[in-house]
Ligand binder design. Structure first.
Ligand code: SF4
Length: 364
C-alpha cells in the first residue's frame, strides 16, 4: 500500500453495475462439471491491527473534528481510504504536507524514527496507529542492533512497513527481497547475524529464504517469535486448504496490499487453476467462470466484509449460490487503541470503542 497523496481518490462504490450476460447465457457458453459452489475462507478480511487503525481515524475525526491528516494510506484498501476521506481524513505522503500544529496519524504499517522526529520538529500532534505486531518487529530491530548484531530483514524493499523497520537500525540492517538475494547477500560477521521479517509475507517463501540464508550462515539466529503475523498466516492457511479443490480463487483486496497479493500467489501454488484479485465486485470478469465449478473466495487483512458480501451476491447471480465456509482457525485478538487516543476518549467519557480490535464490533 504505497502511495497516497492529498489528492482525492475516486473510489468506485461496492456495487455490481456492469452489464453482463445472463446466468443462462453463461451456463450455455460454459460446460461445467458438477454443481457450482463457493468455498469461503475463514479467517478472512479485517485483522485486529487494521480494525484498530481504522477506528483510530474514525475516533480522531469524531473527537477532534476534521481535518485529520493521515500519513500514507491508513491501511492498504481503496474502499477504506475513500470512506475515511469522505468523513474528512486527508491522506498525505509525508509529514511536511501537514500544516504546523495539525493532527497527523501514522498508519498501521509503522514509521521510522526519522518520520517521528520530522513530525516533532514541525510541532505536529501525532497519533501512532502502527499495528502492535509491527511495533514488536521494530523493537526487535532496535534491541538486536544495540547488541551488535547484523539484521537480515526479509521483506519487500519500498513497502512502508519495511521502510519503517529498516529505519530503526539502518546501519545494521540489510533487506533481503527474495531467494535470489538470499543467495548473494554479503554480511560483515556471520557469527552475529539475525533475521527478521515483514509481517505480511508468504510463510512458505520466507521459510525458503531463511533456509538459504542458514545454509550460507549456520549461526543465523531466529527472531524470538514469528514476525509474520497471525492474520497473515491464518489467511494463507485457509486458502491453502481450499485451493486444491478450486477451479478459480478470487481474492478481495487492493493491489498494494501485500497480504492480499500473497493470497493470490499462495492459491496458485496450492493448486487453484486460476486466481484473481479484485478491489470490488464490479471488477470480476464473467469470462473467469467458464468451466468453473468450485470458486474459492477470500479477502486480505485490510478488507471490510461488505466487499466480500458484494462478490458473493454477484457469484450467486451466476449460479454460485451454494456457499460453504471453510474454517481453519478462530481469531479473537484485540488491540487497545493508540494511547494518545485512549487518553482523549477517557477524558470525554467515550467507552464505545475503548478496546478497538475485531472483537469490539462486527467485521464491516
Ligand atoms: S496484517 Fe498483521 S501486522 Fe498487519 S495490521 Fe494486521 S495484524 Fe497487524
Amino acid at each position: 500500500m504505497e502511495g497516497m497523496t492529498s489528492t482525492a481518490v475516486s473510489v468506485p462504490m461496492p456495487s455490481i453495475p456492469r452489464k453482463r450476460r445472463s446466468p443462462e447465457e453463461i451456463a450455455a457458453a460454459a460446460e461445467v462439471e458438477g454443481p457450482r459452489r463457493v468455498l469461503l475462507a475463514a479467517p478472512r478480511g479485517y485483522c485486529a491491527g487494521v480494525d484498530r487503525a481504522v477506528i483510530a481515524v474514525e475516533k480522531a475525526l469524531e473527537h477532534y473534528g476534521p481535518p485529520v491528516y493521515v500519513r500514507k494510506q491508513i491501511v492498504h484498501n481503496l474502499h477504506v481510504v475513500g470512506t475515511l476521506e469522505e468523513k474528512g481524513a486527508i491522506f498525505v505522503e509525508e509529514t511536511d504536507e501537514v500544516p504546523e500544529g495539525a493532527l497527523v496519524i501514522f498508519s498501521a504499517h509503522g514509521v521510522s524514527p526519522a518520520v517521528v522526529k520530522s513530525a516533532d520538529d514541525r510541532g505536529l500532534r501525532t497519533i501512532d496507529a502502527t499495528c502492535p505486531l509491527v511495533t514488536k518487529v521494530h523493537r526487535e530491530a532496535v534491541r538486536f542492533a544495540r547488541d551488535g548484531n547484523e539484521i537480515l530483514l526479509v521483506g519487500h524493499e519500498g513497502h512502508e512497513e519495511v521502510e519503517g523497520t529498516y529505519g530503526e537500525a539502518p546501519d545494521h540492517t540489510t533487506i533481503v527481497n527474495n531467494p535470489a538475494e538470499a543467495r548473494t547477500v554479503q554480511v560483515r560477521d556471520p557469527d552475529k547475524l539475525i533475521w527478521l521479517s515483514q509481517t505480511t509475507l508468504s510463510v512458505d517463501e520466507t521459510m525458503e529464504i531463511v533456509s538459504i540464508l542458514r545454509e550460507r550462515f549456520p549461526k543465523l539466529q531466529d527472531p524470538p517469535s514469528d514476525d509474520i503475523c497471525y492474520a497473515t498466516s491464518n489467511r494463507q492457511a485457509a486458502i491453502k486448504k481450499i485451493s486444491p479443490q478450486a477451479d478459480l480463487v478470487i481474492v478481495v483486496g487492493s493491489a498494494n496490499s501485500s497480504n492480499s497479493v500473497r493470497l493470490m500467489e499462495v492459491a496458485l501454488e496450492y493448486g487453484a487453476k486460476a486466481s484473481y484479485r479484485v478491489d470490488f465486485a464490479n471488477e470480476v470478469d464473467e469470462s473467469w467462470f467458464e468451466g468453473v465449478s468450485t470458486i474459492g473466495l477470500t479477502s486480505g487483512a485490510s478488507v471490510p466484509e461488505v466487499l466480500v458480501r458484494e462478490v458473493l451476491a454477484l457469484l450467486a447471480e451466476y449460479g454460485y449460490a451454494d456457499v460453504e465456509e471453510v474454517v481453519t482457525a478462530e481469531e479473537d485478538i484485540l488491540f487497545s487503541l493508540p494511547k494518545e487516543l485512549r487518553a482523549t476518549l477517557k477524558e470525554k467519557g467515550d467507552v464505545s470503542r475503548g478496546l478497538g480490535g475485531r472483537g469490539s464490533r462486527p467485521n464491516r
